[in-house]
Design a protein around this ligand. Structure first.
Ligand code: ADP
Length: 632
């Protein structure tokens, strides 16, 4: 097969350009990325061999090797791991499959200044391509374990790369960086210096569980070329707290989490007893872009007695903690354990419970000790954590205790339920909330009027999951959670004594209109009644206490479930001039054709005010335009 010259995919080309003209000041990290890839490749080979003993691969001395050639100005990172087939090289190295990276590029184009761009680069591990920060040409030679022929990939980071088969490639992958010319001004970044390489490996890759060896420079004339092992390979999770620096923890996090930034919090757990395990978990400082997509990869790795078993071990934490990264090392599991077995394993179940409680208690501590850090955490992950209120009844109270919500009490600071309850007015028995698209639309909703008038605090919930958990949880410390858009609301009237008699009179006065309107709107409305919610608007629609709200109906439909459309309740404001006038006209007129339209319009307005859509928008607009025209 001759040499093929292929074009990089568009995104890949953009990423390469970025690397070549990198604004990222810390170029040293390229080595961490290459070593990280090599380490993954060794893990994969060890596992594959464990599953399939017949695989024709040598696993006797798995390691990473760094080879400097000062004269040629090259640095080679070599591993004897899984390697890649010809097709894989094209797929994995020539394209960017990761959707997060595409989004990253988009944001990068929009970032205005270099500082912003640097911050963004810091968020994404850009892996292999980071070699182009320091090299003007990169050559990769690889052979997949079990295959006989290898592949050479070469690129100068421009539009194209070449691929060609090679007959005598060793198992695994070697990446040779042809380093950019030395900068006499900046000796600090001389990657042909063994001292420099030693320092970078120590700083970023010390915990890698495979030996990282450096060969003496070929130019030094040392015939034996005795390699030197640069990393300690110590499993950080197995060492005591005072032996490990924060920086070391952070580097491990970056390796596992594919994040270039420090984590928000480091969590250690050493479980003794019948089922021994050690865990080192991290809460990231930023939610990844794909947290809510189906193929989001979780970040907890499972080890058994220091041996890597699997990435993305979903059995170790519940889905609502899927953003947690880290390592769990169990003492008594089989090395052959599979995902299916893990899902049913009783010990794993116990570990999951311990780990879940530990994460939640860490968040609670954070809340008590460091409000800012907690606020960051909640801003990034609150939406995911709230899923736990629905899916994990066992820890519901613990999740509620660390949850906070936007509220009418404060424009910027969210509140906890505990603080809400402490602020409740005399005589207020329930915790009120309203769900909707945005804070603004909720605050302007007619349902809020009486609450605003009486200074009663309402939680403003804008996440899709809010509808569901509020229903599922039902109450907090004996106080019911009540939607202000559901059921009868009795807030007591402002001037209580006079009101009772007045209200009876009103009810009598409106009885005819209410019954008639219900008949007119029968298709959508099951009851028309007078409202105690409204002070300014003429009307609003509410749901029965036990009915699904329209938002929830839509959510179930989006998930493909059949739900009947529940009829709602129309509430009228008896103190509003429009409603008063309508009642008057109803009593006086024989021909009510026009009033039927008014009833329809009133209903449409109420639906619009809560952020909904009239059933037949075109008809609504026509009726409205007619009316406006007549009012000119
Ligand atoms: P990432 O590591 O974030 O997936 P990279 O661009 O660094 O992104 O690598 C892309 C893919 O190429 C890796 O996921 C892996 O499948 C493959 N790869 C990279 N380096 C090696 C290596 N040394 N050995 C085997 N496969 C590798």
């Amino acid at each position: 097969m001759p040499t093929e010259t292929l074009e990089f995919q568009v995104e890949a080309r953009q990423l390469l350009q970025l690397m070549i003209h990198s604004v990222y000041s810390n170029k040293d990290v390229f080595l961490r990325e290459l070593v990280s890839n090599a380490s993954d490749a060794l893990d994969k080979l060890r596992l594959e061999k464990l599953r399939d003993d017949s695989l024709d691969a040598d696993v006797s001395d798995l390691h990473i090797e760094l080879d400097i050639d000062k004269d040629a100005r090259t640095l080679t990172v070599r591993d004897n791991g899984i390697g890649m087939s010809y097709d894989e090289v094209g797929q994995l190295i020539g394209t960017i499959a990761n959707s997060g990276t595409a989004q990253f590029l988009q944001e990068l184009r929009e970032a205005k200044d270099a500082a912003g761009a640097e911050g963004l680069i810091g968020q994404f591990g850009v892996g292999f391509y980071s070699g182009f920060m320091v090299a003007d040409e990169v050559t990769l030679v690889t052979r997949r374990a079990g295959e006989s022929r290898g592949t050479r990939w070469t690129s100068r980071g421009e539009d194209t790369y070449t691929l060609e088969p090679v007959d005598d490639a060793p198992q695994g992958t070697s990446v040779t960086l042809h380093l950019k010319p030395a900068d006499p001004e900046n000796q600090l970044h001389d990657y042909t210096s063994p001292w420099k390489i030693r320092e970078i490996v120590k700083r970023y890759s010390d915990f890698i569980t495979w030996p990282i060896r450096m060969l003496p420079d070929q130019g030094e004339g040392d015939e034996s070329r005795e390699p030197e092992t640069l990393n300690s390979m110590k499993a950080l999770w197995a060492r005591s707290r005072d032996e490990v620096s924060d920086d070391e923890y952070h580097e491990l996090y970056k390796h596992i989490g594919h994040d270039w930034r420090d984590p928000l919090e480091t969590i250690r757990l050493q479980a003794e007893g019948t089922f021994e395990f050690q865990a080192l978990l991290f809460l990231p400082a930023h939610a990844p872009h794909d947290l809510f997509t189906r193929d989001f990869r979780r970040g907890v790795q499972l080890y058994v007695r220091r041996v890597f078993i699997m990435d993305d071990c979903e059995a170790l934490l519940p889905p609502y903690l899927r953003f947690v990264k880290g390592v769990v090392d169990a003492a008594d599991l089989s090395l052959n354990v599979s995902r299916e077995i893990l899902q049913q394993d009783r010990h794993i179940e116990m570990m999951r419970r311990r780990l879940t409680k530990k994460v939640l208690s860490t968040v609670k501590d954070m809340m008590a000790k460091d409000r800012d850090r907690y606020a960051t955490f909640w801003r990034e992950f609150g939406t995911v954590l709230k899923e736990g209120l629905v899916t994990d009844p066992e820890n519901r109270d613990a999740v509620l205790a660390v949850a906070s919500f936007a509220s009418t009490h404060d424009d910027t600071e969210p509140t906890t339920l505990k603080a809400y309850v402490e602020r409740m007015k005399d005589g207020q028995e329930d915790i009120y909330y309203l769900t909707g698209e945005s804070r603004q639309s909720i605050e302007n909703s007619p349902h809020m009027e009486a609450f605003r008038d009486r200074g009663i605090e309402v939680l403003l919930l804008t996440d899709a999951v809010d509808e569901v958990w509020a229903d599922a949880v039902g109450e907090y410390e004996g106080k019911k959670l009540r939607s202000v858009a559901k059921g009868q609301i009795d807030l007591g009237t402002k001037d209580d004594d006079a009101s009772e008699g007045e209200r009876e009179k009103q009810t009598e006065d409106y009885a005819g209109l209410l019954g008639w309107m219900r008949e007119q709107l029968d298709e959508d409305i099951k009851e028309v009644r007078l409202s105690s919610r409204l002070t300014v608007s003429p009307a609003c629609v509410v749901s029965d206490a036990n009915d699904l709200t329209p938002a929830l109906e839509n959510m179930y439909r989006a998930m493909g479930q059949e739900v009947p459309r529940a009829k709602r309740i129309l509430e009228l404001n008896p103190d509003h001039q429009l409603v008063k006038g309508l009642n008057q006209a109803y009593k006086e007129r024989e021909d009510r054709t026009e009033l039927t339209e008014t009833a329809e319009l009133l209903h449409g307005l109420a639906v619009l005010a809560e952020g909904g859509q009239p059933k037949d928008p075109a008809r609504f607009v026509k009726l409205m335009a007619d009316r406006l025209q007549r009012a000119l």
